[in-house]
Ligand binder design. Structure first.
Ligand code: DON
Length: 561
């Protein structure tokens, strides 16, 4: 019965008709509602999540259905060939993180990327984690059947869906930019029938992917790691000189972890632990910032300066200490208030600290796309999930006959042991390539809570800028006293220790007093492009109202009821 309901509602979406299905449901860039909501980069995927909620699923069910749907409708980053993190704050229970980050294959070595010749697309692929992670989350928390959650994605892949302008542009660009012989399967799977550029409203049909998803729906995650799909991946690795074997796939395990917990001006910050650097760096930076008042109303020179100085120090520790916790020891002090106070005391309110002064014992030498979704359900279970292929379209290697892209997540290891330099290359020990280990991520799915209840669910793509995007959304909400719509729209900034450069989003760089004020303090400031894509949900604990705010920097869609 539930399957039938989800499937029926789903058909309307798959046919490209996402107008309001009925009066008690709405979709758009900002949705205000009371029962539940899903927000992510893609309209059909948000709708898949919403129909899952309405069909009796909880926030975890909806997140899993949305993630599978994104693997079809947002091929640049949505995936089954990549990895990520799902943070769950269940109603009245402890929060949990599902870490389904990719791992290095058994044949990987610490200096495999030192020579440029070793950096081939196939060798950049990490053992994918997404399918195991989604299965683990559903097994622990899900209410609906596994098939219920994969079905919307199967329909979208088999029958196709209508491209929005951004996806049409992005697909056309990646094809134009990828050699048709070297990336033959990418072209076969994603090219427009007439070989021209995709246009908004064109239908993308993915029959190979539909068959792969069908097998996953039938046989569970093992169909990916130990069946025909595993054979297809291993064969493609062999053909292209990649390292992943069937044994690597069979051995992949998602890990259930305890989230990191911090506080910021009385709010609880619940965030993702290592193997991502996201939560540690975010909490460290917020702890430092807490030592200074940041007045409401938005960015000023002083609040921007203090934020830059806080993130400069937190990112320096990220470079120094963070990596797979199974391969390196991460000092607990990094997220303590005492340590933050010591760092805060060394911030000069009238001068930028050159990043080189913070180098310490790191030997310093003279080097689109992830996607985030937020979900809340009627019981106020909350999910914050970010997953990725690393670069836009990952390695651009599509598994022949299987219809999905493989990641290039091996990029996130430190490639050159010992080489940390002013361009931002990091060569510290903690994140060197090690077989079977997770490469350090910056993904930062986060939930801000009060008395254990979610008030803000957020996260973002953007590589190393991710943590600062999340920090900006939190500062805009808590310090600048903006609602979630304003906080998502508010301009963002980034400083990641090295390179020693502040990047301001154009809307912030246009504020000449701030730009000039920061330069006068000694910062090197550039006007960057857009930063992140933070699809977020705010909850008003007094009124019970949910506001789902799609980030409109790329496309974005919120759906709620
Ligand atoms: O895990 C990480 O931190 C990166 N692989 C994320 C890459 C990313 O966000 C690219 N997107 N914009």
């Amino acid at each position: 019965m539930r399957t039938a309901c989800i499937y029926f509602c789903w058909l309307a979406v798959a046919c490209g008709d996402l107008a309001l299905a009925n009066e008690s449901q709405s979709a758009g860039k900002t949705v205000r509602c009371r029962s539940g909501a899903v927000v992510c980069v893609s309209e059909p995927a948000a709708s898949a999540g919403l129909q899952t909620l309405k069909g009796g699923g909880n926030a975890v069910d909806a997140a899993v259905a949305t993630a599978f749907a994104l693997a079809v409708t947002h091929p640049a980053a949505g995936n089954i060939g990549g990895g990520g993190y799902m943070l769950v704050l269940p109603k009245e229970a402890d929060p949990v993180v599902f870490d389904f980050r990719e791992v290095a294959p058994a044949a990987a070595t610490k200096d495999m990327f030192v020579d440029a010749a070793g950096r081939t697309p196939h060798r950049r692929v990490g053992v994918p984690g997404t399918v195991r992670g989604l299965a683990m989350a559903r097994e622990r928390f899900g209410r609906l059947s596994w098939r219920d959650l994969v079905s919307p994605a199967i329909t979208l892949a088999r029958d196709g869906f209508l491209l929005d302008a951004e996806t049409a542009r992005s697909l056309s660009d990646v094809l134009a930019d990828s050699d048709a012989t070297r990336f033959a399967e990418l072209h076969r799977v994603f090219r427009q029938v007439d070989g021209k550029r995709w246009r908004p409203g064109d239908r993308l049909v993915q029959p190979d992917l539909a068959r792969t998803l069908e097998r996953i729906a039938d046989q569970g995650a093992d169909a990916f790691y130990d069946g025909e799909t595993a054979d297809q991946i291993a064969a493609e690795m062999k053909r292209g000189g990649g390292l992943i074997t069937k044994q690597d796939l069979r051995g992949y395990q998602a890990i259930k972890r305890q989230p990191l917990r911090g506080t910021y001006r009385g709010y609880e910050i619940i965030a993702v632990p290592p193997s991502s650097s996201g939560g540690t760096t975010l909490i460290e930076a917020l702890n430092i910032l807490e030592n200074f008042p940041l007045p409401p109303g938005g960015w000023s020179t002083t609040s921007a300066h203090l934020t830059i100085e806080a993130t400069r120090r937190a990112y320096r520790d990220r470079a120094r200490y963070l990596g797979d916790p199974q391969a390196s020891t991460i000092p607990e002090k990094l997220i303590t208030k005492q340590y933050a106070k010591e760092l805060a005391l060394k911030i000069d309110p009238h001068r930028a600290t050159p990043s080189r002064e913070l180098t310490g014992d790191i030997p310093l030498a003279e080097g689109e796309h992830t996607t985030h979704l937020s979900v809340i359900d009627a019981d106020r279970n909350a999910v914050s999930m970010t997953y990725t292929l690393e670069n836009s379209y990952g390695s651009r290697v599509v598994v022949p006959g299987a219809g999905f892209l493989l990641n290039d997540e091996m990029n996130d290891f430190n490639w050159q042991p010992g080489v940390t330099d002013s361009t931002g290359r990091i060569g510290t020990e903690a994140n060197l390539v090690r077989p079977g280990r997770r490469m350090l991520s910056s993904m930062c799915p986060t939930i801000v809570a009060r008395d254990g209840k979610p008030v803000l669910i957020t996260g973002s793509p953007g590589g190393r800028t991710i943590i600062n995007t999340v920090l900006c959304v939190i500062v805009s909400t808590i310090d600048f006293q903006m609602d979630v719509r304003q906080a998502v729209d508010a301009p963002r900034l980034h400083h990641g220790w090295l390179p020693d450069i502040v990047r301001l989003e154009p809307a912030l760089a246009e504020q000449r007093d701030i730009l000039q004020g920061l330069r006068a303090l000694g910062h090197t400031v550039v006007s960057g492009s857009r930063q992140g894509d933070a699809h977020s949900i705010g909850v008003d604990l007094d009124s019970g109202e949910i506001t789902a705010a799609a980030d409109t920097r790329i496309h974005g869609s919120a759906a709620g009821y």
